[in-house]
Design a protein around this ligand. Structure first.
Ligand code: ATP
Ligand code: MG
Ligand code: MG
Ligand code: MG
Length: 569
């Protein structure tokens, strides 16, 4: 590629809404531009990195035996009604109508569509296992799109869906995908951890998230530095997690602008007797499928569980009593944690008052009159810092007994999930076994945030000058910078020769033939983050030398011009 024929859209300033470094640098480097909240253009430079991420993912998916297909982004409502998610998925699901008033959704994920394929196309056990994947644009109407491509509303995902005859076979497929993910993120040069993401409802650990370690990550990870134990914080310990998300009661009463609610208000709102609002803890949680659930734990003075009330959105009207076991299942919490809550932080997050509007919460402490209404999650319940969470969990014994727990933050770049027969049951996807009997297909699903990977990679690789791309996903691997391409015949000839040699060796090189001043040229490529740079000038060529500098070096090294291409290969 010649820079004069490429589009370079570098900017001096980052946009005001860019809070984290990857967002700032992707805009400044000219990789993305905002079109609307959570919706971006991927400019030619950005698309080059996206294509490299995709190529690695495709390569490893094919090696693991997955088959690429492409499903529609626009999906009929009927499929979602069949699976039950039309009602359950909530506001992240973008719904629309065609000219005939038929309802559709823009796919946030594709379990329904792929299960529909499987039930139509797969007849016999002989066709199993099979694993279909696609790389495609998804839409999720995220409540808080932010951080650029990290939490977009429109984003690119690789999603795979496997179909097996039984759980045993699913576990083999799952392991293959897990191993492929380890290879994928290693090839991308990322520092990551695979963490348990649920409590294993179908036996063993049924799901893992692949988390890129970064302080700006939105997820908290609990791990044991001296063993293999690692889990996202929800899977690790539900109650301490949620406790950690709320400020201490005294702070809340001081800082929350909304009026302090009386215990009576809370009692009325939640439909519970007055005395039970005291020492009560209520939690609001996003269930895995995006179906928000409200769980209310009522705790007596002795901190033992009294009653548990579970309700589902929309409306507290269908609230019912839940068993302790249901709470344990819902949160993956150890029963022990349901007891001595009083020994943890004094208060917890809580139930949602308006129900339909998740941004308006009631918050309560286990103290009289420490309940608040009209609390706004983002404003009044600041996200916990690593330090906050560490205070809650760090130092606890690891569940595997092999050390103590620590906490770090992560960016979820992928997740693997054993679905079981959830969708094949609700959508009736069966195959015929050896004896000709219909059996439900046993499913797994496996996602990777293609565009999010770029943000995550930058969070781990940057300096004050700009991005430092891992080679495998850099928009260009090497830039050739001639000093006076338009002035010196010798420089031009040597730059063309080196560039030609790089291309011939299959290296993704760009030749900066724009005739810019060296300062401008270097600043652009350092901001863009190209990992290798070759500088070709008259002075060096007199000695038969060119300058080489890797993006992480502070000083250039002199190379024999004839060997220049070899340094990158
Ligand atoms: P998150 O917890 O960050 O909301 P998720 O668990 O809802 O993600 P999955 O349903 O597991 O996401 O989707 C698979 C992958 O898609 C995620 O691991 C993530 O890398 C990516 N992804 C999910 N939501 C977004 C988004 N809003 N913007 C960019 N990438 C996303
Ligand atoms: Mg999500
Ligand atoms: Mg997640
Ligand atoms: Mg996930």
């Amino acid at each position: 590629m010649k820079a004069s024929r490429f589009f370079i859209g570098t900017l001096k300033e980052a946009p005001a809404d860019a809070e984290i470094v990857s967002h700032q640098l992707m805009v400044r480097a000219g990789m993305i531009r905002r079109v609307a909240g959570g919706i971006y253009d991927y400019l030619p430079l950005g698309l080059r990195s996206i294509r490299k991420v995709e190529a690695i993912v495709r390569d490893e998916m094919e090696k693991a035996g997955a088959l690429e297909l492409l499903m529609p982004a626009v999906q009929p409502a009927e499929l979602w009604q069949e699976s039950g998610r039309w009602v359950k998925y909530g506001h992240e699901l973008l719904r629309l109508k065609d000219r005939h008033d038929r309802e559709f959704v823009i796919g946030p994920t594709h379990e329904e569509v792929v299960t529909d394929i499987a039930r139509r196309e797969i007849r016999s056990y002989r066709q199993l296992p099979v694993n279909f994947y696609q790389i495609q644009t998804k839409f999720r109407d995220e409540i808080r799109p932010r951080f650029g491509v990290m939490r977009g509303r429109e984003f690119i995902m690789k999603d795979a869906y496997s179909f097996d005859r039984d759980v045993e076979s699913l576990k083999l497929t799952y392991q293959k995908m897990y191993d492929a993910y380890v290879r994928i993120f290693s090839r991308m040069g990322l520092t990551f951890r695979a963490v348990a993401a649920d409590n294993g409802s179908i036996g063993g650990t049924g799901s893992h998230e692949f988390q890129v370690i970064a302080d700006t990550g939105e997820d908290a990870i609990v791990y044991c530095p001296t063993s293999d134990y690692a889990a996202n914080i929800e899977a690790a310990e539900a109650l301490p997690l949620l406790a950690s998300r709320a400020a201490p009661a005294e702070t809340m009463v001081k800082t929350a602008t909304p009026g302090k609610a009386k215990c009576e208000d809370v009692a009325e709102l939640l439909g519970i007797p007055l005395e039970r609002t005291i020492k009560s803890i209520v939690m609001a949680v996003d269930a895995p499928e995006g179906e928000p659930r409200i769980v209310l734990l009522l705790i007596r003075g002795d901190h033992a569980i009294n009653e548990v009330k579970v309700s589902k959105l929309p409306g507290l009207a269908d609230a019912r009593m839940a068993t302790e076991q249901e709470i344990v299942d819902a949160f993956g919490a150890k029963p022990g944690y349901l007891g001595p809550i009083g020994t943890r932080k004094p208060l917890t997050v809580i139930a949602d008052s308006t129900v339909a509007n998740m941004s308006d919460f009631v918050v309560g402490a286990n103290e009289v009159d420490y309940h608040l209404t009209g609390v706004n999650w983002g404003r009044d319940l600041p996200e916990p810092t690593v330090a906050d969470v560490r205070e809650v969990v760090a130092g606890d014994p690891s569940p595997d007994g092999k050390g103590v727990l620590n906490i770090c933050r992560g960016i979820e770049v992928g997740q693997v999930f054993q679905l079981g027969t959830k969708y094949s049951d609700s959508m009736n996807a069966t195959y015929l076994d050896e004896s000709g009997k219909p059996q439900p297909m046993v499913m797994g699903c496996y996602g990777i945030g293609i565009t999010r990977v770029l943000g995550a990679a930058i969070e781990q690789n940057f300096d004050e000058r700009g991005i430092i791309w891992p080679e495998s996903i850099a928009p260009f691997e090497v830039v050739v910078c001639p000093m006076g391409y338009d002035r010196s015949e010798t420089v031009r000839a040597e730059a063309d020769r080196v560039y030609g040699e790089l291309k011939a060796a299959g290296i993704d090189a760009i030749l900066d033939d724009r005739g810019e001043r060296p300062g401008v040229m270097f600043a652009d490529w350092e901001l863009i983050g190209v990992p290798h740079r070759l500088v070709i000038g008259d002075r060096g060529l007199k000695e038969g030398k060119v300058e080489y500098q890797s993006r992480r070096d502070t000083e250039p090294t002199l190379l024999v011009a004839a060997d220049a291409a070899g340094v990158v290969a």
